[in-house]
Ligand binder design. Structure first.
Ligand code: SF4
Length: 254
């Protein structure tokens, strides 16, 4: 007993009491970018050509976080005063267009409450079981999803958990660019989840294909058939990005 108390005192409180108000250090540079409106045409063309995933539209200048792999090359090329990736990790949204950040935009990325399906907060407000499907993923987003259940983030305290069987799930969380070899398995898994069910795309690869976009090895037809309930950008996303996005999605609304 004494030993247990000693360990407890030594370790201190490990869980994050309020995951919605965490300030990540400035060394985290995979958050929402702030883009100056003074980027010249030549500078825009330069960074659009550097970008490995065509996430930059030079005119009018914007960065698509659904395509961005957060390599920070554009920021290094033009300097932090022109493009700065901030530590704002609350970048998940249910509207794909909101992932496109334009010059001069300083507003945070939000969910559109009006387009959240009614069943979601009606049925999943207090409990949400999710089946994770790695559809050709590289294990990075998957590791971060694993971390959501560790002692720091403790996502289970809101009743949000990953389950082994799609029969026990309320929705699917897809990572990876969806390879041909995983397309059928993804469909079978989704079909096995009872209605109503939700779809969450986690990471750049899942949202746009990332660096694999356009590859013949992909089969992303699944995404054309269903509405996506939540986009969680990042390469990989931070656990707090996922948790805050899901909490906002299932939040009870009057
Ligand atoms: S940080 Fe994003 S937008 Fe900038 S070059 Fe890398 S992938 Fe492109």
């Amino acid at each position: 007993m004494i030993d247990t108390l000693k360990i407890w005192l030594h370790a201190g409180r490990q869980y994050i009491p309020d995951v919605t108000s965490v300030n990540l250090p400035d060394t985290f540079t995979n958050g929402r970018p702030i883009i100056s409106d003074t980027i010249s045409g030549d500078e825009a063309k330069l960074v659009a050509a550097l970008c490995p995933t065509a996430a930059i539209n030079p005119n009018p200048f914007s960065i698509d976080l659904g395509k961005c792999v957060f390599c920070n090359e554009c920021s290094r090329a033009l300097g932090n005063d022109k493009i700065r990736f901030t530590n704002d990790y609350k970048t998940a949204t249910n509207v794909r267009e909101k992932l496109i950040i334009r010059s001069g935009q300083i507003e945070p990325i939000k969910l559109d409450a009006n387009t959240v399906r009614k069943e979601i907060n009606q049925y999943f407000g207090n409990s949400l079981k999710l089946r994770q499907i790695s559809a050709g993923g590289d294990n990075s987003a998957e590791w971060e999803l694993n971390a959501t259940n560790n002692v720091n983030f403790d996502m289970g305290r809101w009743g949000i958990e990953f389950v082994a069987s799609p029969r026990h799930a309320d929705g699917v969380v897809i990572t990876g660019p969806i390879t041909e070899n995983m397309a059928k398995a993804l469909q079978m898994c989704y079909d096995a989840v009872p209605n109503p069910k939700i779809i969450i795309l986690v990471g750049t690869d899942a949202i746009s294909g990332g660096i694999f976009e356009g590859s013949k090895a992909l089969n992303r037809a699944f995404l054309n058939k269903y509405a996506i309930d939540l986009f969680v950008p990042g390469n990989p996303p931070h656990p707090l990005t996922f948790i805050n996005g899901v909490l906002e999605l299932i939040r009870k609304r009057s």
